[in-house]
Design a protein around this ligand. Structure first.
Ligand code: B12
Length: 177
C-alpha cells in the first residue's frame, strides 16, 4: 500500500481530456461522463485528506502461457481465474480501513473504499502513492510486485503521511514518466 494526497497527480484532468478528445475511449462512453471527478479526485469527496492505494497480487503460481500449447483448451485470462476481484479487493480495503479508523489518534474520521466502483483513475493514483509506474501496457508495473496485481483505493478524512510518487523505469521516456 501507499499513500497520496487527493490532488497529488498534477495534469491528470488534462491527460484524461486529451485521451477522450482523441476518441481513445472507443465505446466506453461512460469515461466521458463525470470527467470532473475522474480527473480530480479532490473534487470527488472534498473532505478527503488522503488516499491509501492498495495493490493485491494475482500472480499465478504456474506458467500461464502453458495452456496455449493445448490447442483443444480454452484459456481464461489470469485475472479472471480466481474470485471476482471487486469483492476480494473491497473486502481487504474495508478491513484495512476499519483498522485505520480504530488506530487513528483522534475519533470521527471517515473512509470510503473504491475498486472500480467510482469515477477514480486508479493507475495514476497508485503511481502517485509510489506503488509502481504506468508501463507501456498502460498498467501499473513495480520492480517488487511485477504487474499482476489489482488496485483499490481508500479515501479518508485522515491526514496521513504521503509516500511520494514512483518514476518510470521504462527505457524510453513514457508520457507518464
Ligand atoms: C477501462 C478499464 C479497462 C479497459 C481499458 C483499458 C485501459 N488501458 O484503460 C479494458 C476493458 C480494455 C481493460 C482491460 C484490462 N484491465 Co482494466 N480497467 C479499466 C478501468 C475501469 C479504468 C482505466 C482507465 O481509467 N482508463 C482510461 C485511460 C485514460 O487510462 P490509461 O490507459 O491509463 O490512459 C493513459 C495512458 O494510455 C497514457 N498513455 C498513452 N500512451 C502511453 C504510452 C505509455 C508508455 C504510457 C505509460 C502511458 C500512455 O495516456 C492516457 C491518459 O493518461 C480500471 C479501474 C479504474 N477505475 O481505474 C481497470 C484497471 C486498469 N484494469 C486492470 C486490469 C487488471 C486489466 C486487465 C489486465 C484485465 C485482463 N486481463 O483482461 C486488462 C489490461 C489491458 C491493458 N493493457 O490495458 C487493473 C490494472 C491493475 C494494474 N496493475 O495496473 C485496473 C486498475 C482494475 C483494478 N482495480 O485492479 N481495462
Amino acid at each position: 500500500m501507499g499513500v497520496m494526497r487527493p490532488d497529488g497527480v498534477p495534469g491528470l484532468a488534462g491527460r484524461l481530456e486529451a485521451f477522450v478528445d482523441q476518441g481513445r475511449h472507443g465505446q466506453m462512453g461512460w469515461m466521458a461522463e463525470r470527467m470532473g471527478w475522474r480527473g480530480d479526485p479532490s473534487a470527488l469527496w472534498p473532505e478527503a485528506r488522503s488516499v491509501v492505494m492498495l495493490a493485491e497480487l494475482y500472480t499465478p503460481e504456474g506458467d500461464p502461457l502453458a495452456v496455449l500449447e493445448q490447442r483443444d483448451r480454452a484459456a481464461v485470462s489470469v485475472y479472471a481465474q480466481g474470485r471476482d476481484y471487486h469483492d476480494l479487493v473491497k473486502k481487504r480495503l474495508k478491513r484495512l480501513g476499519r483498522w485505520l479508523l480504530e488506530t487513528a489518534p483522534e475519533p470521527g474520521h471517515q473512509i470510503k473504499v473504491f475498486v472500480d466502483t467510482a469515477p477514480v483513475m486508479e493507475k495514476p493514483l497508485a503511481q502517485a502513492a509510489g506503488l509502481g509506474w504506468q508501463g507501456k501496457h498502460t498498467n501499473l508495473l513495480s520492480r517488487d510486485l511485477g504487474s499482476w496485481f489489482f488496485l483499490g483505493a481508500i479515501f479518508t478524512t485522515m491526514p496521513l503521511p504521503e509516500d511520494g510518487p514512483e518514476v518510470s523505469h521504462c527505457q524510453r521516456k513514457s508520457r507518464t514518466g
